[in-house]
Design a protein around this ligand. Sequence first.
Ligand code: NAD
Ligand code: MG
Length: 395
Amino acid sequence: MQTVTVLGATGSIGCNTLDVINRHPEKYRVFAITGNSQLELLMEQAQKCAPRYVVIADDANYKLACELASQYEVDAEILAGAKALEEVSSAPEVDAVMAAIVGAAGLLPTLAAVKAGKRVLLANKEALVMSGALFIEAANQSGAEILPIDSEHNAIFQCLPHDYEYGNLAASGIRKILLTGSGGPFRERSLDSFSSITIDEASTHPNWSMGRKITIDSATMMNKGLEFIEACWLFGAGADDIDVVIHPQSIIHSMVQYVDGSVIAQMGNPDMRTPIAYGLAHPERIEAGVTPLDFSDIANFSFQTPCFERYPNLKLAIDACKEGQCATTRVNASNEVAVEAFLEGKIQFCDIAKVNDATLNAMPYVSVNSIQQILEQDSLARAKANEIIRGKFQC
Ligand code: NAD
Ligand code: MG
C-alpha cells in the first residue's frame, strides 16, 4: 500500500490522478489533497477518497473550507496556507507526492517533497524550470525518486535504457532526445491573422484537455520551451542533445534516437492517466482507464520542424535554457504574468512573447545559487513584466 499526497488535486492532473488511484484502492491510500479554488470540488474529492488532510492553499479561505467540510460531512482535518502544503508533502507517512500545482506556486511544496526523499511525480514543470540545479541536488542528497509525469518526459524516461546514467548520453549510445509537440491550434493559421486570435481560440487544444495556463502555453509553444528546459534537468542533457519535433497527432509522446540508427518512441492515446499510472506504479504497470491505441483509426502520422517566427516563445525558452538559471526563472515568471494578462483581455496573443522578450532584455543576468535568490528573480521578473504590460501593451 502506497500513501500519496496529491498537490493540486482539483486541477486537470489532480483529477486524473485521483481517477487512477480510485481504480486501485488496494494499492493506494490518499494522505492529503490540496487545492486553491473550487473548494466544493475539493470536498467532493475528500468525500470519495477519505484523506487524512484537506489543505487549502489560501489562508483566507480557511473558515469557508471548514464550513464546507462539515456540510459535505468530510472527516479530514482542514489545514490552510503555504506551510501546510509543505507539511503534507514531507510528512513521514507519505510515500509519493503528485506535484500538480500549476506555476511557480508549486515550487516550495514540490521541493519539500524532494528534500524529504519522497517519490515525486513531477507534473509541475515550472518548479524544475525555476530551480533546476538546486532541485536535482536536493533529490541527489535526499534520495528522492523523480518520476516525470509530463507526457513527453515520461515517454523519454520509458525510451531510455534502464541503466541510463544521468547526464551521460554518450555512454548509452544516445544521439538525440526528440521532444515532440502538437504545434497547438495555430500550427497552420496564417501569421497575418495572429493579432486577431481570441482567448477562446487559444484556450482550445486540438488533442489534450488541460488546465488554462498550460493550454495557452501550448498555443504559443512556451510549453515546449519549458519542457525543453525540464528535459535538460531531468536527464542531465545539454541544449544540443534535444531537438523539438512537431507531431500534430500527439500519438508519439517523444522519442530517443540512438547512434546505431534506432529510434525508440513511446506511443499512446493522448490521456494523462497513462504517465500518471506509470509514475504511481513504476516499475510495474497498472490499468489506467485509457482507451487502447487502435492503429486502424490513425489516418496520418506526420512530423515537421517548428518555425521560430510562428513560435517566438519557444526560441526565448531555448535561449534562456542556454543562458542559465536566472534566465529560465525570469522567462517562466514573465510568461505566467503575460498569460494571465492575455486571459484577462489586457494584451493580445502575440504580445505574450513580446512581453517575455522585453522582460528578459530589461535586466542583466545575475548568478542565482539559492532558493531565496530564485524567488527574488521570480518577483523581479513579475514586477518588470507587469510594468511592461502597463506601459506598452495593454489593449
Ligand atoms: P490546473 O490549472 O488544471 O490545476 C492547477 C491546480 O493547482 C489546481 O488544483 C489549483 O487549485 C492549484 N493551484 C493553483 N494556484 C495555486 C496556488 N497559488 N497555490 C496552491 N495551489 C494552486 O493545471 P493542470 O493542467 O492540472 O497543470 C498542473 C501542472 O501540471 C502544471 O505545472 C502543468 O504544466 C503540468 N502539466 C499538466 C498537464 C495536463 O495535461 N493538464 C500535462 C503536463 C504537465
Ligand atoms: Mg507535456
